[in-house]
Design a protein around this ligand. Structure first.
Ligand code: ZN
Length: 225
């Protein structure tokens, strides 16, 4: 826990060095680690304290390995030079896998979306990480995103379908429409099909609790039985 210590200073009357009554606060390892953890997404101060307490009770080898991995994380894991997903080998295992369908590219906002779709296990094509969405109010335009590398991959000629998997938000919609436009403007000999993930009623959902926009999108994206 935090400690208090004496602070030496010069006396105003006789100029001697004296130890003041007031104490100086020193941040120790426990507090520093608590602060570190509380900066992680979704972790508040209380959870951070709980994590540090939990770590203190764990096996020393586990904690050392955990800290070692954190230390080398940014040196070992880098974005794939083709798709932009996090990887320790370049190209990433997905881009270098000959069994993946290279006629399909699924465009996602961020690298963690790749893990989410991979966990689902059905998609066998390739990916492209944009690194964000078009947000004019935050000063993020197409030039700040990995759109040109995507167009370069499409121009290669092996891509038959681009699946846009941005979230169904204003920014996600804007980005999807922009991508559709620039892909069409490529004027390819063999036009690339641009699709978007369907939006609608969740499995097990109830019509009564669906918002108007989701319901409208569900109607638009309806399919034959
Ligand atoms: Zn890759």
């Amino acid at each position: 826990m935090a400690e208090w210590t004496y602070l030496s200073s010069v006396c105003n009357v006789c100029s001697c060095i004296e130890r003041q009554l007031f104490l100086f606060y020193i941040m120790n390892t426990f507090d520093e680690l608590t602060n570190n953890f509380s900066r992680l997404p979704g972790i508040g101060k209380k959870s951070a304290i709980r994590i540090v307490n939990w770590l203190l009770k764990q096996d020393k080898i586990y904690v050392q390995k955990f800290s070692q991995n954190l230390g080398i994380l940014q040196d070992k894991v880098k974005p794939c030079s083709i798709c932009g997903t996090w990887t320790e080998t370049d190209p990433c295992p997905i881009c270098s896998n000959p069994l993946r369908d290279n006629s399909q590219i699924c465009v996602v906002e961020q690298a963690q979306d790749v893990s989410t779709i991979e966990a689902y296990g059905e998609y066998k094509g390739l990916y492209h990480v944009l690194g964000g969405l078009i947000r004019p109010l935050d000063g993020i335009g197409p030039a700040q995103l990995a759109i040109q590398p995507l167009l370069a991959r499409i121009r290669d000629g092996k891509v038959a379908e681009v699946i846009i998997a941005t979230n169904p938000t204003v920014e996600g919609d804007t980005t999807a429409l922009y991508l559709n436009k620039v892909i069409l403007e490529l004027g390819l000999e063999n036009p690339v099909k641009v699709t978007r993930l369907a939006t609608g009623i969740p499995v097990g959902g109830d019509l009564e609790f669906i918002d108007k926009r989701t319901l409208a999108l569900s109607f638009r994206g309806r399919s034959s039985l």
